[in-house]
Write a protein of this length. Structure first.
Ligand code: DON
Length: 566
């Protein structure tokens, strides 16, 4: 056992005297003319192609984003869907404006923390991750309708058409999709509407199986025809509420009617001549990325060997995640010291507590095991010919969310309730320990790590993001740093990764990220390294303004993705 690091005290005192800094995004330096062609990178080739189909019908990047999102909701249902939520960053070229759409799920009015606590006082993982009680009120349908209505050029009947067609005609799920059915088969088998779709004849289907989803197609058609009311009212809403309540859930028609997607001001941070525009709360990702970059800005990493540059980055991650656990939650419910967390002076204070060659032990708390990330949640990136951009991360949380399909809808409900701090101080599925700021309350959004981001430089722009639970934040950070070092989308997605999240106090590493000498040097500095696999599923688009070239890359770790320039 060690004492809590002294930087906590230092940080608290800095808050009292400083309170400086700005959380709002100013316009970023981008060329006045678009690239003249488009790029899309997503986790599934059918979704990337759906985006291009809609661009070909006269749509812009925002229409393409609706097409990609809704197609992913059909072909990559284990990762995201209209029973889940998303956070998207938009860049509108015509007025150089950055917009953040928060389509995060909310807790239902009847939320009851007691159901997530076992008799032993420990988190009850079954209620928080399986079945209807684990599901927040979906945000994705409202967010897509909002994006289409405010920023798109085409009606939903056009931008949702590829998804409706694939749901109707069917597609052959890839090995990753089938593997997640295998992972979740016991829970899917509990719910008849889930088993009927994913376990035909009671078995996990094998390669070559065609999945047709007429109920999901009808649900999407109601959304296309009636917009928001086609999901949050009428037949879909009734089916969702009946299914939830019929299986022990607590949703009401009023919960669905009350749901609103929200526009928020994106966060912005300047780093080494680049402007990074990223996700504000209720994502913790942007705050953590900004805090880490502000700390790193005071070091000259390029002058250091890999081991020492990595050590300083790990120490910055540790400090940012510590704040994440303590302060962050839904901005509509909690007051957060954002000015402090984003202040350069605060970062100076944190930097001063970092030893140049010794790891700082994280805390008194025992380390918790975090599960492996990366098979669920999804991110895609788009740039269109005019220079409009979308970075969107979408999720149902764990594989197949709650594994509960609402009968008659084809909709898999999320299990996002586990992203709340259901038992304060106890780790969630990603080992994240929240405080009161992230406790569940009726109508409140659970904190997210989703970090869709833009990186704007004088000569180059990147659209970036990843799934991966808590590792989203560090994967996106490492991608941003690689882009600033001159790397392309292809190089960024291929780059090996590492992660530290304060607790558990260890560095998760991808095999091969460090050579033997660096591994030894980091270990000698006191870092505990642990191999972890798999890693996220980055989908990145970059634009080099000097040559007007686009690069679109899907993570080479997964064959189903497609980055395409056209
Ligand atoms: O919003 C979040 O932070 C989580 N629900 C994301 C989950 C995730 O990325 C799982 N993927 N590996």
């Amino acid at each position: 056992m060690v004492h809590a690091p002294s930087w906590r005290v230092l940080a608290a005192s800095l808050f009292l005297v400083v309170g400086a800094g700005s959380a709002s995004a100013q316009s970023a330096p981008v060329p006045t003319k678009g690239p003249g062609h488009a790029a899309i990178a997503s986790a599934n080739y059918l979704a990337t192609n759906a985006g291009f189909e809609v661009l070909g019908k006269g749509g812009n990047a925002f229409d393409a984003a609706v097409a990609v999102s809704s197609t992913l909701a059909v072909v990559e249902q284990q990762s995201s869907g209209i029973g889940g939520g998303f956070m998207a960053l938009l860049h509108r070229a015509s007025d150089n404006r950055d917009i953040f759409i928060d389509a995060r799920e909310t807790a239902p009015k009847a939320v009851d923390m007691k159901v997530y606590v076992g008799k032993d006082g420990q988190p009850n993982r079954d209620t928080s991750t399986n079945g209807p009680l684990s599901a927040g009120i979906p945000g994705e349908p409202a967010g897509l309708v909002w994006m289409a209505a405010h920023y798109g050029k085409l009606p939903l009947s056009v931008s949702l058409a590829p998804a409706i067609r694939i749901a109707t005609e069917g597609f052959q799920p890839d090995a990753r999709f089938l593997g997640t059915i295998e992972d979740r088969k016991d829970v899917l088998a509990r719910y008849p509407a889930s088993a009927a779709i994913y376990l035909p004849g009671g078995e996990v289907p094998s390669a070559g199986w065609t999945l047709k989803q007429p109920d999901l197609a009808k649900t999407l058609q109601r959304l296309a025809a009636k917009g928001r009311d086609g999901f949050y009212k009428g037949e879909t809403a009734r089916l969702l509420v009946d299914a939830s309540r019929g299986a022990g859930g607590n949703w009401t028609a009023a919960d669905l009617e009350a749901y609103q997607a929200k526009e928020r001001e994106p966060l912005s941070v300047d780093y080494k001549g680049y402007r990074i525009v990223t996700a504000p709360p209720p994502s913790s990702g942007g705050i953590a990325i900004a805090e880490i970059l502000n700390i790193l800005a005071g070091f000259d990493l390029a002058k250091l060997d890999v081991a020492h540059a990595t050590h300083l980055t790990i120490e910055s991650m540790r400090r940012a995640f510590r704040d994440h656990n303590e302060y962050l939650g839904d901005p509509d419910f909690v007051k957060m010291p954002l000015d402090m967390l984003l202040s350069k002076y605060y970062a100076d204070g944190l930097r001063a507590t970092i030893s140049p060659d010794k790891a700082t032990p994280s805390d008194l708390l025992p380390a918790a095991m975090a599960p492996e990330p990366g098979m669920h949640t999804t991110h895609f990136s788009v740039i269109d010919a005019e220079g409009n951009m979308v970075a969107s991360t979408l999720t149902v949380n764990l594989e197949f969310g709650s594994a509960f399909v609402a009968k008659g809808t084809g909709v898999v409900l999320n299990d996002e309730m586990d992203d709340f701090a259901l038992v304060p101080g106890q780790p969630n599925a990603f080992g994240l320990r929240g405080a009161l700021a992230n406790a569940p309350e009726p109508g409140k959004r659970m904190l997210s790590s989703m970090s869709p981001s833009f990186v704007f430089g004088a000569d180059r722009t990147a659209v970036i993001g990843s799934p991966g639970g808590s590792t989203i934040i560090t994967q996106v950070l490492e991608g941003i740093l690689a882009f600033i070092d001159g790397k392309s989308a292809t190089q960024i997605t291929a780059q090996k990764r590492y992660h530290h999240q304060y607790l558990p106090d260890r560095v998760d590493v991808e095999a091969g990220v460090f050579d033997d000498a660096t591994t030894k040097a980091l270990t000698d500095m006191g870092h505990v390294l642990r191999n972890r696999s798999p890693w996220g599923f980055m989908n990145v688009v970059t634009w080099d303004h000097r040559t007007n070239t686009l690069d679109a890359a899907s993570d080479p770790r997964r064959p189903s993705g497609l980055g395409k320039v056209q």
